[in-house]
Design a protein. Sequence first.
Length: 621
Amino acid sequence: MRRFLAVAATILTLSVPAALTSAAFTPAEAATRTVTALKQFGEPQFKPGFTHFPHVNPDAPKGGSVGLAESQPGTYDSLNTLILRGVRPRTLGLISDTLMVGSGWELDAAYAHMAESVEVPDDYGWAVFTLRQGARWHDGTPITSADVVFTWDAIQAHGAPFLKSFLDHTAKVEALDDRRFKITLTGTGEIKPIIDFATTFAPQPKHWWTSNGHDISKTTLEPVLGSGPYRIKTVDPGRSITYERVADWWAKDLPTARGFYNFDTVKDDFYRDDDVMFEAFKAGAYDFRGEYRAQRWTTGYDFPAARDGRVQKLAVPSELPLGAQGYRLNTRRDKFADPRVREALALLFDFDWIRKNILYGQYSRTLSNFPNSDFGAKGPPGPAELALLEPFKPQLSERLLTQPFTLPTTDGSGNNRAQVREATRLFKEAGWETRNGKLTNVKTGEAMTIEFLDGTGALTRVTQPYIETLRRVGIDATMRIVDTAQYQARLDEFDFDAIVVNLSFFTPPGTELRGYFGSAAAGIKGSANYSGIHDPVADALIEKALAAKDLETVQAATRALDRVLLWGFYMVPQWYNAESWIAHKAWLAHPTVWPKYDQDYRSTNFPATWWVDAAGKAAQP
């Protein structure tokens, strides 16, 4: 992902251009290097002097417009990217820049962008960034270290917890002069926090936020001043947002930007209902959409524009590590505190029936918290994982240490009696039995209820069969669909039984692990530890992953962590899709080469490397 914050490594090999010398602050006692690229493991793929990334058309024509659409969350009520409160457009990152960006071809590299270079000492306890000469806000004001410090202070005072978790290894940010600033880390010996800071941190304009009554601690619908390839042109609250390309964008000729951001105008429309949004696409209301429903992908594109070629489908393969999607069970609630109850609930989700009857045979079952990657558990634990798990052996089940994690499969007929029997046995072991047709806690007399909270209704077709299965074993299961604002508020307060969440991660997995699975985050409202995981073994393995000195050690730690989480049954796993499904107007052109990993539109909803084929558009009826 090229810019996380604006929407929203241990041993590091540094690329050191021979002609680049350091002019930055250098303590006498520390040897330092000044570089233009960072990579956690090995050498950066793209050497100094590269002109563009290989998955772009460096000569792509600029011009035209593209229409996008969002139905999740279905509206927006803020253009402030830093704070917890408010819902923001997925495309809002178009107005901002980060200090460095990823390449799309490596999982652990960053290349100079807003910062022209970074100086690091051998002990990796700090870094000095030098902002690029000429980097400026859209009003022409230079971007300075004062903007960086202002943004850092605002995040510390008002930032969303999830955002803070990506920067929690940074202890201090201070300006050295107008273009140089220093970050001091909380420890030494690992440089991944420097990469995290460089690729996550998007400065905000101090002069704009501190003038004319602006308040960075509050939501706003006034177009925020930015520095990125686009500026906000018009705001139609809750309905649409339109951006216009900044023709004199300061970064347009950088190798990290060449070939990107080719449309003159980008309009993002918002729909409260996913089905209505699709009907609008069929009618030609917008031009590009990512498809996330197998039913639609398989049968829904049989409409006139698709049949005659005006709309085209595209399945893009990717090796991008994906997030784990599933029903997250809120273990803060006593009824979900026992892992046997959670395991029983996982057994009752008949994925094979769902895949056959609802998902049209598409998707792969999620059996890891790190699907489509080398960071998740596979097979029984190997020697490196066992070495990490051995100190915690008394706290772990025997099967975690000896067996691969699996979930039962069925023939897809709906006959899952074996799973129902095993789930019933687990419920009984955990102190629940059926009384008068209701699953009841033997000690308290409480009947088991589960409310599935949803903010869109998009997964009703999947959740409803699961609810019916749960009801057959005596669970009073229901589904509640609420509006976007209420849904977000209830998530922030952890006021739910079960929700569907896809927890994405950066690679190699880093500080987001604390935010997703760490005990400290479990008690912080607004954090992404939705399940309320509070496990000292998971905490220890997270720290092992963050402190690892090489890729193999990172993988061993995340695989061991994955086993602890999987056998804890904190989620009822659903599925993932290694392909990106795209439908688009035929006059939208794209490069012929796809990056190995990064596909921006999966997270930002924007085809950053595409352009308008003017001749093709003119030929359309």
